[in-house]
Design a binder for this molecule. Structure first.
Ligand code: SF4
Length: 440
């Protein structure tokens, strides 16, 4: 029997792309094993993201870096998928002669066929489907590159919100939910293969609706709660406009649903939120935070923030700083606004000079870093439940895991504890993680 080839997938951007990468590994697992590096791969795939500016340039410059690999190994196959592929299509083939296959966000499940076709017929291929509105491909079999006790599980694709700055509805298409039956089957499969924690994935999980029964997201959580083997349930992303009191109550009532929520606020100024077409005010957002905190006192919040939206003035930006101080996020993923082609914000004029706005992002990040550091320090001395995910990736000789509230903890222990839930006392705090020791 022929030895399997080696596959290297480089992932950019959001968790949806991380999930697609898992699917690519899974779809190809009969023919390829994961490669440790690009240099040793027989197939390299770039799973691209166009949420941030200059994504295309980044992809083209990376592809330039791969060309010498192809000179050494002419059989090397290079594929480009994800949002940049969806938007650029054939242009990638004409600009990058080293690329063999371009496939869009709706073509991920075709990757084995595309590779086979490229090998068989020798022609370069671009396969970029428009959004068909079809339910996403059934969940991938457990990916070979992702063995571990945690797993992503996509419950829907696309988005109907058209926030003014966002390219997702353009590249990922309209919102379509998978059936609860299919999701439960996949969760059961994952549980049977050692997964203890699932993260339900969608651009706006709060608007999930079973296409067969019409049941909503809370009902899905209630069904998953009953699944044996799964100990923890997380979900991402929650849109504040669809975050209902019912969902808050279910977070309090369902024992497997973790005490953490990623609730992107994006801005603290109502004027900017309106221009962004987010559908809520800062006050409504803060009321949701307060409501959930009353029901789930330990809950931790993380968020996304865009700084320097067109027309955002210093006063608006200070509103965002106020939100940070009031909510005290565990972490905030903050970015400078960059216009994405095809979005409403790309056409908006900006009356505020870029030089004026430039210092705002570091200012906000400094504030958030100080809040994160304080929160980490406050954890010292506490005893927490940690699901062991494996050895610390920085190879410090420690093992690592996550608390239900989303803190990463490193502590001495045996890698054989991977997949087990242990009690850990926090002894120290670092910038990104906490340090602890197991208690009996
Ligand atoms: S909710 Fe808004 S920001 Fe999130 S994916 Fe949809 S359009 Fe983009």
């Amino acid at each position: 029997m022929k030895d399997p080839g080696k596959l290297y997938v480089k992932t950019f951007g959001c968790q949806m792309n991380v999930y697609d990468t898992e699917k690519i590994y899974a779809f190809l697992q009969d023919s390829y094993v994961p490669a440790a590096s690009e240099e040793e791969a027989d197939v390299i795939i770039l799973n691209t993201c166009s949420i941030r500016e200059k994504a295309e340039q980044k992809v083209y410059s990376l592809l330039g870096r791969f060309k010498p690999l192809k000179d050494v190994n002419p059989d090397l196959l290079i594929g480009v998928g994800g949002c940049v592929a969806q938007q650029e299509g054939e242009r990638i083939l004409s600009r990058s002669p080293a690329v063999d296959i371009v496939f869009g966000t709706h073509n991920v499940d075709e990757i084995p066929l595309l590779l086979a076709e490229r090998i068989r017929e020798g022609k370069r291929i671009c396969r970029v489907k428009e959004d068909t509105g079809k339910v996403p491909a059934a969940g991938a079999p457990r990916a070979m590159g992702s063995a571990g006790p945690t797993s992503l599980l996509t419950i829907m694709k696309g988005c109907d919100n058209y926030c003014a700055y966002c390219v997702v509805p353009i590249v990922r298409g309209r919102e379509v939910s998978r059936s609860a039956r299919e999701i439960l089957d996949e969760a059961g499969f994952l549980a049977g293969n050692g997964v203890r924690e699932i993260t339900l994935l969608g651009q706006n999980v709060n608007s999930y609706r079973d296409p067969v029964t019409g049941a909503g997201f809370v009902s899905l959580l209630e069904s998953l709660e009953l699944l044996s083997g799964i100990e923890r349930i997380r979900f991402v992303t929650s849109h504040p406009k669809d975050f209902s009191p019912e969902l808050a109550r279910s977070m309090a009532d369902l024992s497997k649903v973790c005490e953490h929520i990623h609730l992107p606020v994006q801005a603290g100024s109502d004027r900017v939120l309106k221009a962004m077409k987010r559908g809520y005010t800062s006050r409504e957002y803060l009321e949701q935070v307060e409501f959930l905190r009353q029901l789930v006192p330990d809950v931790e919040f993380t968020t996304d923030i865009i700084v320097g939206f067109p027309g955002e003035e210093r006063e608006d930006f200070e509103g965002t700083l106020d939100i940070l101080k009031l909510v005290r996020y565990q972490n905030a993923f903050s970015f400078r606004f960059s216009p994405r082609p095809g979005t409403a914000a790309a056409e908006m004029e900006d009356c505020v000079d870029a030089d004026v706005k430039r210092p705002w992002l570091p200012e906000l990040q400094e504030l958030q870093n100080s809040i994160t550091a304080e929160k980490h320090r406050d954890m010292v001395g506490k005893e927490v439940e940690v699901l062991v995910e494996g050895v610390d990736k920085k190879k410090s000789g420690l093992i690592e895991g996550r608390t239900r509230t989303n803190y990463i903890v490193h502590f001495p222990g045996d890698a054989a504890l991977t997949g087990r839930t242990v009690r850990v006392r926090i002894t120290d705090s670092r910038t990104i993680h906490l340090v602890g020791e197991m208690v009996n």
